[in-house]
Structures are given as C-alpha cells and as structure tokens.
Design a protein around this ligand. Sequence first.
Ligand SMILES: [Zn+2]
Length: 101
Amino acid sequence: MVSGHGCFRAYLHRFKHEDSPECPFCPEFSEDAEHVFFTCPRFDIERRTLENVLKQKMGPDTLDQMMVSSKTAWEATSSFATDVLQQLRCSERERAKTRSK
Ligand SMILES: [Zn+2]
C-alpha cells in the first residue's frame, strides 16, 4: 500500500510537470493534476462518487491522509485517478484527431 501510494504521488508529480494546456472545459485553468482531480466540473460525477466513499470532501491538503486512512479509501482514490487519467488521454487523442484534419 505504501509503495502504491508513492507511485501515485510520482504520477501526480509527473503529470504536474507535463506541459499543461488549458482545460478544454474551463479555459481559465490549465489542465494540471490539481485542476482535474479537485476542481474540474468534467469529473464531478466521479469526484462525488469518491467523496461518498471517503465521506468527506477531497482536496490537495487532505488527499494524502485520506488515501492512507483505509484500504477502501485507497482503492476508491486509485480508481478515481485511473478513471480521470484515462478520460484525459482519450480527450487528448480526440483533440489530436481534430487538429490533424
Ligand atoms: Zn476544467
């Protein structure tokens, strides 16, 4: 669990340092990890599902603590992150397709 947690942080870290274009949903924000995980309305449904499991609002300050608080919390958070990242990759592909036309 601890190594998985480290892995997730590494992922977040890497994601944050990638070139962040602006969010297609909210042009005033750049599409970085913090925005997509905690703020972007695109993932409201997923975020609400996760918060139901965690029984609290999630934010950059509390995420670490919540994730290690229980196996359930860790699993819910991981699947949320996987979901979000997968959808991001899909929309990136879509955008690439549109550009090449
Ligand atoms: Zn957004």
